[in-house]
Design a protein around this ligand. Sequence first.
Ligand code: HEC
Length: 117
Amino acid sequence: MKRALTLLSFGAVLAFASTQLLATGNLENGKQKAATCFACHGADGNSVDPQYPRLAGQYNLYIQQALHEYKTGQRSNPIMKGFVATLSEQDIEDVAAYFSSLPTKLDTLQGHIQGDK
Ligand code: HEC
């Protein structure tokens, strides 16, 4: 019985892992498609200007969710609305895969507060 339960939970973990993989997009394609984003969000995803959010190391699904919200207008931002308009569903998954894979600076606000030097 215990063994059966272990097998069952292992199966559940595998199923979860494969759904995650399906939603994570293609990192290499994402890098190409993200070129238009670099001007504001930085080539390494760690923008130097505090008015642009850092994307490097952000959760993959958070990035996807944010992009969907700009698309539907749930998040209202004229700049991002224009940029997401050019992204397909696949593009969204790919750029999210790319930015989430980059080394993060989300653990510090240094240089990322208005007026900070
Ligand atoms: C001209 C500058 C500019 C460009 C280019 C740009 N963005 Fe943005 N982006 C912004 C600004 C400004 C915000 C903050 C908007 C807000 O307050 O909601 C933002 C917000 C975001 C967010 C939400 C971040 C968070 O922490 O909630 C994501 C994700 C994002 N951009 C992804 C992208 C992607 C992907 C591209 C390229 C396809 C891109 N951006 C191109 C300016 C830009």
